[in-house]
Design a protein around this ligand. Structure first.
Ligand code: VGL
Ligand code: ZN
Length: 193
């Protein structure tokens, strides 16, 4: 499927942070997405379109951590090395950063959950979103399902995303769920630059 960038498009890169690439909650093969993520960044920059980067941004006692009753190892604590964007990701200086998961009592997988992402997109007159990152079966899926529920035309960037796969089928199941909800799966070859 061929897609060209329009004036109502934005890129959203989800949680491409040290802990998810090489740290405490490293997603298998996460580093493989970086070259694709950087290519999407270049294309959106060239087209003068907004680039958003979400980040998991937890307080140190977050309820998603095993120590506090959750299922995850400690990860992405605010202002630590683990929560910084991965060093090889070439985010422009004017990237719009969306922090989520900041409430200690509540997990927030979606970039829309408890953030002003939707307001910012509306103010920019955006109606199509190109979403990829980490991890396909958690935060990318949740962000895409929320985007679809909010009526954005939503593209899943398959080459710029990787899954945790706690269970081996989780990636396939999450992709099916996104497609069923109306997401459009593309890769770099589909974008007319
Ligand atoms: C995520 C697990 C825990 C994600 C965030 O970004 O997909 N996964 N917190
Ligand atoms: Zn988290």
């Amino acid at each position: 499927m061929k897609v060209s960038i329009t004036s109502k498009d934005a890129l959203i890169l989800v949680d491409i942070q040290n802990d998810f690439c090489v740290g405490s909650l490293a997603v298998p093969n996460a580093c493989d997405i970086i070259k694709y993520a950087n290519s999407y960044i270049e294309i959106f920059k060239k087209n003068i379109r907004p680039i958003f980067a979400t980040r998991d941004w937890h307080p140190k006692n977050h309820s998603s951590f095993k120590e506090f009753g959750g299922i995850w190892p400690i990860h992405c604590i605010q202002n630590t090395d683990g929560s910084m964007f991965y060093k090889d990701l070439r985010l422009p200086n004017d990237t719009l950063i969306i922090s989520k998961g900041t409430n200690p009592d509540k997990d927030a997988y979606s970039g829309f959950d408890g953030t002003d992402l939707h307001d910012k997109l509306k103010n920019l007159n955006i109606n199509r979103l190109f979403i990829g990152g980490l991890a396909t079966d958690y935060c990318v899926k949740a962000t895409i399902l929320d985007a679809l529920a909010l009526d954005y035309t939503t593209f899943f960037l398959s080459d710029a995303s990787k899954a945790v796969n706690l269970k081996p089928d989780d990636e396939a199941l999450s992709i099916n769920e996104m497609l069923k909800a109306g997401a459009i799966l593309i890769d770099l070859n589909d974008l007319i630059q």
